[in-house]
Design a protein around this ligand. Structure first.
Ligand SMILES: *[C@@H]1O[C@H](CO)[C@@H](O)[C@H](O)[C@H]1NC(C)=O
Ligand SMILES: *[C@@H]1O[C@H](CO)[C@@H](O)[C@H](O)[C@H]1NC(C)=O
Ligand SMILES: [Ca+2]
Length: 317
């Protein structure tokens, strides 16, 4: 019998869902491998916590001699294991619960048979048994060494992609100041204070340098914007405020700073100024007069001499 239209539609919808899920899984495979290790790490961390939490517990109840004798048995009991395993995951964490359920028998094996010989549960469970993690300094399906070697990935100047997991590509993202495949080169604005084939220390240049070979303003290869070379080839501040024409508007004064400058508003009594305050005006704003070098409010009579308002007597207001 031929499928009805509705059935076809359902089939199509199902197919497109499956396709989407597959695409999603392929593109996220590497991320999944990293997150599987993160989940496993959380589980084994929480196992240790549960182990500590149950350390002072016993089969429950009182404190009788019988109970005391049983205490030693509780330490290695299945009941204690169950109490630990029950609390490994938050109930909302799907990935965690799935991993614990899927591998529950491994916890039993470790608890009863491997614990003494392999006390590091993370190593035994996550790395060697279910193989979702790798030893520190290694990455990927086969736990290959990170760039720079497993001892000091990225030569200690960066983070190896997928470090300690079955995912990632082992490449470095370098720390601030470092660059290059091996994180041995210095980024622009930094210089090598120490360097050999396996070690590099990059330090920030003086604030006046764009590039440099040392730490002072005399070690610049090139000055930063706002700085210029003096006759001793050191980078010194450019005084933007000595430039003509001024870098600021007419109602502003220029304030030079190290590596830059700013424009500040003149006092409101000024018409143009050289600095802040009513005594630094180039001339006084209208309505103000110069009184021994400071601009002050004009007295009403003087104002009337120049103002049309006097004639209509408005100064009496
Ligand atoms: C770790 O275990 C505690 C209980 O011991 C639980 O409340 C917590 O949610 C667990 N953490 C994670 C990340 O699952
Ligand atoms: C590189 O320099 C570091 C730090 O100065 C030093 O510990 C290391 O032995 C040096 N390695 C080589 C190969 O010279
Ligand atoms: Ca300046």
């Amino acid at each position: 019998m031929l499928p009805t239209g509705l059935e076809l539609l359902r089939l199509l919808r199902l197919l497109s869902c499956v396709t989407l899920v597959l695409l999603f899984q392929v593109s996220d495979a590497k991320r999944d491998l990293i997150s599987a290790c993160t989940t496993c790490q959380k589980i084994t961390d929480n196992f240790s916590k549960g182990f500590e939490r149950t350390a002072k517990q016993n089969f429950g109840g009182g404190n009788t001699a019988w109970e005391e004798r049983k205490l030693s048995k509780y330490e290695t009991s299945e009941i204690r294991l169950m109490e630990i395993v029950e609390d490994l995951c938050e109930s909302s964490s799907f990935e965690c619960n799935r991993m614990v359920e899927e591998h529950e028998e491994h916890f039993e094996t470790w608890w009863f048979k491997r614990k003494t010989k392999h006390p590091d549960l993370h190593k035994w469970f996550c790395i060697e048994t279910i193989k979702v993690c790798c030893p520190k300094g290694t990455f990927g399906l086969d736990c290959n060494d990170c760039v720079g070697g497993s001892e000091t990935p990225c030569h200690g100047n960066g983070r190896c992609d997928g470090d300690g997991t079955r995912g990632g590509d082992g490449k470095c993202s370098c720390d601030n100041g470092y660059t290059g495949e091996f994180c041995l080169d210095c980024r622009e604005g930094y210089y090598n204070e120490v360097r050999n084939d396996t070690f590099s220390l990059c330090t920030e240049c003086h604030s006046s340098c764009k590039t440099c070979t040392g730490g002072t303003h005399q070690d610049c290869d090139e000055c930063k914007d706002g700085w210029e070379e003096d006759d001793q080839e050191a980078c010194v501040d450019v005084n933007e405020c000595s430039k003509d024409p001024s870098s600021c508007n007419e109602d502003q004064y220029c304030l030079n700073t190290e590596g830059s400058y700013s424009c500040k508003a003149c006092d409101k009594v000024c018409s143009g100024c050289t600095a802040a305050g009513p005594d630094k005006c180039q001339s006084c704003a209208s309505g103000y007069q110069d009184t021994e070098g400071t601009c002050t409010v004009m007295d009403i009579n003087f104002k009337c001499q120049v103002s049309i308002l006097c004639r209509v007597g408005l100064h009496h207001l």
